[in-house]
Write a protein that binds this ligand. Structure first.
Ligand code: PAF
Length: 282
C-alpha cells in the first residue's frame, strides 16, 4: 500500500490506472477505523482492480471546534488495517491540499431541506461540509464505485442526490451496518462507552427491530410514539426518533403512499451521541 499526501500525485497515479482500463473503488473515511469501515474497504477490494481509501478529518463538517480537536487520530493502526485489507492507496491529505482556496467554498446543490431534518436539525451545516468534502474527494479520485455505510443513512442519501444532480460517473455502493453481537451499531464513538453503557445501548437495535414489526399493524405516528417512550429512560436521552420517506427524508402522513420507509434516531448514553437506523419497508 502506498501512502499519498498530495492531490497531484494521487491524480497522476489514478489517471494511469484509468487509462489502463482498470476500475477504481473509493472509500472516504475520517480514520479511527473499525470493522464497519473495513467491511466497506473489503467490498471495494473485492469489486475493483484498484482501491483507494482516504483519511481526512474534514474541518468543515464539525459544528464545534472542540469536537474537531477531540476527534481520535490513529494513523498507524489505521494504515496497518488498510494494508492488511489489501488497499492500494491510502490518501492522507492536509487541509491545505483539500481546500487550497480556503474552506468557505460551498457546493450549489438543491436539497429541498434534506440536509435540515433528522441529523441536520441538531448539527446545522454538518451536511454542507460533508457534501463539500465528498465532492472534492470524488473530483480527485473519480472512482467507478464509491463505498459508504448504511449507518449514516442521511449522509449516503445526500451523497446519492449529489451524484445524481451533477451526473457524476460514479456508482454509490451502500454497505449494511456492522453490529456488535448485542446489536449495537459499530462506531468510532463506541470506545467511549463503558461496559455497562454498551449493554444498555442494545435497546437501540431492539427498538428499531420491534418498530419494524409494529409498523405492520400500527400507523407511523403510533410506532414513533411507542419507540420514543421505549427508548427514553434515566440513562438514555432521545434526541429524535423518526420514520421518514427513504428517498426524500420527509415526514409520513400515510404509510400506504410510500414504498421506502426508514426509521432513524439519535440518542445519548453516558454522554456519547449514538445514531442508528433501519429500513422498515422497501
Ligand atoms: O462518514 C464519514 O466518516 C465522513 O462524513 C466522510 C464521508 C468521510 C466525509 O468526511
Amino acid at each position: 500500500m502506498e501512502i499519498i499526501k498530495e492531490v497531484r500525485v494521487l491524480e497522476e497515479k489514478l489517471k494511469e490506472i484509468r487509462s489502463a482500463g482498470k476500475t477504481i473503488g473509493f472509500t472516504p473515511t475520517m480514520g479511527a477505523l473499525h470493522d464497519g469501515h473495513l467491511s466497506l474497504v473489503s467490498r471495494s477490494v473485492e469489486e475493483n482492480d484498484v482501491s483507494v481509501c482516504s483519511i481526512f478529518v474534514n474541518p468543515t463538517q464539525f459544528n464545534e471546534k472542540s469536537d474537531l480537536d477531540k476527534y481520535p487520530k490513529t494513523l498507524d493502526a489505521d494504515s496497518a488495517m488498510l494494508e492488511k485489507a489489501s488497499v492500494d492507496f491510502l490518501f492522507f491529505p492536509s487541509p491545505k491540499e483539500i481546500y487550497p482556496n480556503g474552506e468557505s467554498y460551498e457546493v450549489d446543490l438543491p436539497l429541498d431541506g434534506m440536509d435540515e431534518v433528522l441529523e441536520g436539525e441538531f448539527r446545522p451545516g454538518h451536511f454542507k461540509g460533508v457534501i463539500q468534502v465528498v465532492k472534492r474527494l470524488l473530483e480527485i479520485t473519480n472512482p467507478n464505485h464509491l463505498y459508504m455505510g448504511q449507518k449514516d443513512f442521511q449522509q449516503f442519501s445526500l451523497i446519492h442526490a449529489m451524484i445524481t444532480h451533477f451526473q457524476m460517473p460514479t456508482t454509490l455502493v451502500v454497505c449494511p451496518i456492522k453490529r456488535e453481537p448485542n446489536g449495537v451499531a459499530m462506531s468510532s464513538r463506541n470506545v467511549r462507552l463503558s461496559k455497562k453503557g454498551k449493554l444498555l445501548a442494545s435497546i437501540i437495535h431492539w427498538t428499531l427491530a420491534e418498530s419494524k414489526k409494529r409498523l405492520k399493524n400500527n400507523t407511523v405516528k403510533e410506532v414513533e410514539t411507542w419507540a420514543l417512550e421505549n427508548l427514553t429512560t434515566e440513562w438514555c436521552k432521545v434526541e429524535y426518533f423518526k420514520i421518514v420517506d427513504g428517498y426524500t427524508l420527509k415526514d409520513i402522513i400515510d404509510k400506504k403512499d410510500h414504498d421506502y420507509l426508514v426509521a432513524s434516531l439519535a440518542v445519548w448514553i453516558e454522554d456519547v451521541r449514538l445514531i442508528d437506523n433501519m429500513t422498515l419497508k422497501q
